[in-house]
Design a binder for this molecule. Structure first.
Ligand code: MN
Length: 237
């Protein structure tokens, strides 16, 4: 039996449109899962019912997260936010954590996962950190691995990528500031920005700050993140 993976989709209230990048769908499918695209629904009870029928949750990349969810006022460097998108993904993340459903967060997704579990974010890295910074909003092609990361030995990420140093792409101006209780930092960039967090209490609750779905064609080892995630979801069957 294949695992059904809830893939939350983006939302533009201005355009009245839901959207999701095909690369996420492709990676779930290539890893042996069945992607199920989930939009923000009006009724939280219906959303919960839908989530009860899936085996894993993938939170994709996207816009900024409303800082009200980690108790801060919006700073000048905060980008566009979509309240209904936040509500959908915070609910999905909290549902997955409570049910110990495998959950993978990518870019915005790692930030949502961290906030859902009680952590905080940099609303805007460049205005909130000092000193020489790595370029986290790369101008290189989207798939290209522009900056290095150091990976914690004996972490899930080390197991998946089979290395303690890697290079990743980078398309973010927000980042995890304080990791949520129960989560450990398992990768950082040279400027100390958190690039991966993992739960110590769940079978698979992991978030990466880069975009493996855009890298897999040129860096096939990144596919193992999706494979491991989908395999864990299959075990929920
Ligand atoms: Mn980065």
């Amino acid at each position: 039996m294949k695992a059904v993976i809830a893939l939350t989709c983006g939302y533009s209230s201005e355009e009245g449109r839901y959207y999701v990048r095909e690369a996420y769908v492709r990676c779930i499918e290539a890893a042996g899962g069945i992607p199920l695209v989930v939009p923000p629904l009006q009724d939280e009870g219906v959303l919960q019912e839908l989530l009860r029928s899936v085996d894993g949750v993938l939170l994709p990349g996207g816009l900024d997260i409303d800082p009200i969810h980690f108790g801060e006022e919006p700073m000048e460097g905060l980008g566009r936010i979509e309240p209904h998108w936040d509500r959908l993904e915070l609910l999905a993340a909290r549902f997955a954590l409570a049910a110990d459903l495998p959950i993978l967060g990518i870019c915005r997704g790692v930030q949502v996962l961290n906030v859902a579990a009680g952590g905080s974010l940099y609303q805007d890295i460049s205005s909130q950190t000092k000193g020489q910074r790595v370029q986290h909003s790369q101008k290189a092609p989207r798939w290209y691995a522009t900056h290095g990361i150091k990976i914690e030995p004996s972490s899930l990420l080390e197991e998946m990528l089979g290395t303690q140093t890697a290079r990743v792409n980078s398309h973010h101006h927000q980042a995890v500031k304080t990791p949520a209780p129960g989560f450990k930092v398992t990768a950082t960039s040279a400027d100390g920005i958190i690039e991966c967090i993992e739960s110590e209490n769940h079978r698979f609750a992991c978030g990466v700050q880069w975009h493996p779905e855009l890298m897999v064609e040129y860096y096939p080892e990144q596919m193992e993140i999706f494979r491991r995630f989908v395999r864990c979801a299959e075990e929920m069957k």
